[in-house]
Structure formats: structure tokens, C-alpha cells
Design a protein around this ligand. Structure first.
Ligand code: FAD
Length: 324
């Protein structure tokens, strides 16, 4: 009954594309009792919402959802279809593109319209070493998935209204072979349960942290700032942190207010996951480290001296504030 935030982020970038093409910005809303999501889509800029509301869509199943989307696409012929690259979104977009025999560019980091009206879909390629711009010239719709937090969240205006187009479901329960028998909640607690992509402050550590235990100093700093601890892939591979905390191309994309990169070199695959953070503070003893190229503030020094000093200073400032 809730939409993933990335859906609204896509309405933001979708609005810019629609304006450039001179077409409408529409939302597809599928589910069981989800009419309220049409209003939410209007407040993020959609002028129309195609609603397919039926108990058959209570739980996500590839077959029912892709048939519903394909039915709408064949009827209304959109130029572009954007899908959030969540687990379910990736599954859905692939099935829809396959059925429609059209192209799909996964995990785009940039979307624009060229002079001829084609969608320019930019994404990292060859292990992140180049940015490739991909076009779907011969088939329609042009389809892209975009990961959460890659595009900025557009402003929400509850006064903005639109039109709901109610569409009947093209599938019946008996047509669907897959049945959902039970949903088992992910019961992992503690470190693994923290969602780095939702945090406002992230203190991330890399290979230079040298051990799992040393991440404790990053946790202390994160606690002072009300943030969470993230890491590079090298830190995951070394067994210092769980993969859920990894930031980057094959980890999470983050857009926090403050990102503190500690002993992280700044490989391109790490940068694509964090370079849109509002403020980036890099601590590295190598002043040539590429992380300094994206950093707002750079501290050339040893993390084992700099981080405890920052934490102490924050604690002192808080004490002074309480004393006042
Ligand atoms: P290193 O590159 O080894 O850097 C360690 C840094 O710590 C150095 O700059 C060093 O100067 C500094 N340092 C060491 N000791 C100290 C100290 N005491 N004080 C201060 N500084 C110190 N990487 C990701 O992070 N996320 C991804 O999602 C990701 N996806 C990838 C996908 C593909 C297809 C490929 C090929 C690679 C991917 N990588 C990813 C790996 C990436 O290329 C780098 O190998 C990785 O980011 C390096 O991690 P790091 O910066 O922690 O380690």
C-alpha cells in the first residue's frame, strides 16, 4: 500500500523529460486498494495516473504486474517508461521490456533528451571505468531503471491535482500460476538492519581501517552526529563490514547531507554511489587520493588520529552547550 520513494524521484526527472518532449507526465499505479497513491503521484508532479486496482495485485508477482503494465503501454503508447531499480522494479522492468520487445537500460545515473527527441540514458559501464550513454532508437517505449537516491526528490505540492484513469485488470487470479502462501519478514537485527541509503549522515570506512574492531571509532563519530556507518567494497571483502553497508556501484547509492569518507581512496565505483552527497568530508593520508577530487573538505592525515579528535571535539562542544 506504500510506494517506494524512488517512484517520486522518477516523477521529478520524468517531469523534466516530459517538458522537453512536450508530452504529459503520467504515473502507473497498480495494487490492491491503492487509489490514494494516485493523489500522492499528483503531488509529485504527475498530471494523470493510470490505476489498476484489484485484489490480484495485493502481492507483487511478476506475471500479474508485467501483464498489467504491458496492457497499459500497448493502449496508451508512452514515449518513455521509467521504473525504480528496487528488487521488484528490476524484475518488473525486465519482464515488461522483454514482452514489448523494446530496449531497457538498467541503473541509469543520468537521463536527458537530445535534439532529435531520443532519451539519452547514461550509466557506468565496463566496471564503472567509463560512463556510457545508451539510446533506444528503433523501438518504443524507451525504458530505464534508476536506483533510489540517484535523482533528487522533487518538491511535494498537495494542491497539485490530476486525472485518475481507472483501467480494468487484464488478469484473473486463476490465470496466475504463482501463489503467495506466506510472507516471512526479514528478521535480521542490529548492523544488518540499518539502511545506509536512508541516513542523513554517513561515516564510511575503507580498507585503510585495517580491522573490524577499528570501525568502532567510526561508529563513535557517527553516534555523535546521529548518523550510521557505511563502507567501501574493499572493507566488505576484507570482512570488516556486512555487504548491506557497502556504498557504490554494486552497493547502495546514497545522498546524505554529510558523507565522511575515512581511509577510502575514491575509486570510481565508490564515487558513483556517493558523489551526490550534499557535503563530502574525506580523511586520507595520501593527498593524491582521488576522493579529494569530489570532497567539499579534505583532511590529509591518519584516520586513527583525525577521527578520535573530531569525536572528542564534538563531545566537548555538546558539553559546552549543556553547560550554557
Ligand atoms: P583502497 O583503494 O585500498 O584505499 C584505501 C585508502 O586508505 C588509500 O587511499 C590509503 O591512502 C588510505 N589509508 C590507508 N591507511 C590510512 C590511514 N591510517 N589514514 C588515512 N588514510 C589511510 N568499491 C566500492 O567501494 N563500492 C562498490 O560498489 C564497488 N563496486 C565495484 C564494482 C566493480 C565491477 C568493480 C570492478 C569494483 C568495484 N568496487 C567497488 C571496488 C573499487 O574499484 C575499489 O577497489 C574499492 O572502492 C577500494 O576500496 P577502498 O578505497 O576502501 O580501498
Amino acid at each position: 500500500g506504500n510506494a517506494a520513494g524512488v517512484a517520486w524521484e522518477l516523477l521529478g526527472v520524468g517531469g523534466e523529460l516530459a517538458k522537453k518532449l512536450g508530452v504529459e507526465l503520467c504515473a502507473i499505479v497498480i495494487g490492491d486498494n491503492v487509489k490514494h497513491l494516485c493523489d500522492e503521484a499528483f503531488s509529485y508532479g504527475a498530471s494523470k495516473a493510470y490505476l489498476v486496482d484489484d485484489p490480484v495485485y495485493k502481492n507483487y508477482r511478476t506475471e500479474s504486474y508485467y501483464k498489467a503494465v504491458c496492457n497499459l503501454v500497448r493502449k496508451y503508447k508512452p514515449e518513455i517508461v521509467l521504473v525504480g531499480a528496487t528488487g521488484l522494479g528490476r524484475d518488473l522492468a525486465g519482464a515488461v521490456a522483454t514482452d514489448l520487445l523494446t530496449g531497457l537500460t538498467a541503473d541509469c545515473t543520468g537521463l536527458a533528451i537530445d535534439d532529435k527527441g531520443f532519451l539519452l540514458q547514461t550509466r557506468p559501464a565496463f566496471g564503472g571505468n567509463i560512463m556510457a550513454t545508451i539510446m533506444t532508437e528503433k523501438t518504443r517505449p524507451q525504458m530505464s531503471t534508476v536506483r533510489p537516491h540517484v535523482m533528487p526528490m522533487p518538491p511535494c505540492d498537495h494542491a497539485h491535482k490530476g486525472t485518475v484513469i481507472v483501467e480494468p485488470s487484464p488478469v484473473k487470479e486463476n490465470d496466475i500460476l504463482v501463489k503467495v502462501l506466506q510472507i516471512i519478514e526479514d528478521s535480521r537485527q542490529g548492523a544488518d538492519a540499518i539502511d545506509v541509503s536512508a541516513a542523513d549522515v554517513i561515516v564510511s570506512g575503507g580498507r585503510g581501517m585495517l580491522s573490524k574492531e577499528n570501525f568502532g571509532i567510526l561508529q563513535e563519530l557517527a553516534d555523535q552526529l546521529g548518523g550510521v556507518v557505511g563502507c567501501s567494497r574493499a572493507a566488505v571483502e576484507a570482512g570488516y563490514m556486512p555487504v548491506e553497508r557497502q556504498v557504490g556501484q554494486t552497493g547502495k547509492t546514497v545522498r546524505p547531507k554529510i558523507y565522511i569518507a575515512c581511509a577510502i581512496s575514491g575509486a570510481i565505483q565508490h564515487l558513483v554511489g556517493m558523489q551526490d552527497s550534499d557535503v563530502i568530508i574525506a580523511v586520507n593520508r595520501d593527498h593524491h587520493a582521488p576522493i579529494f577530487e569530489v570532497a567539499t573538505y579534505g583532511i590529509v592525515g591518519d584516520v586513527f588520529q583525525v577521527i578520535p579528535a573530531l569525536t572528542k571535539r564534538l563531545k566537548d562542544l555538546k558539553k559546552q552547550k549543556v553547560a550554557c
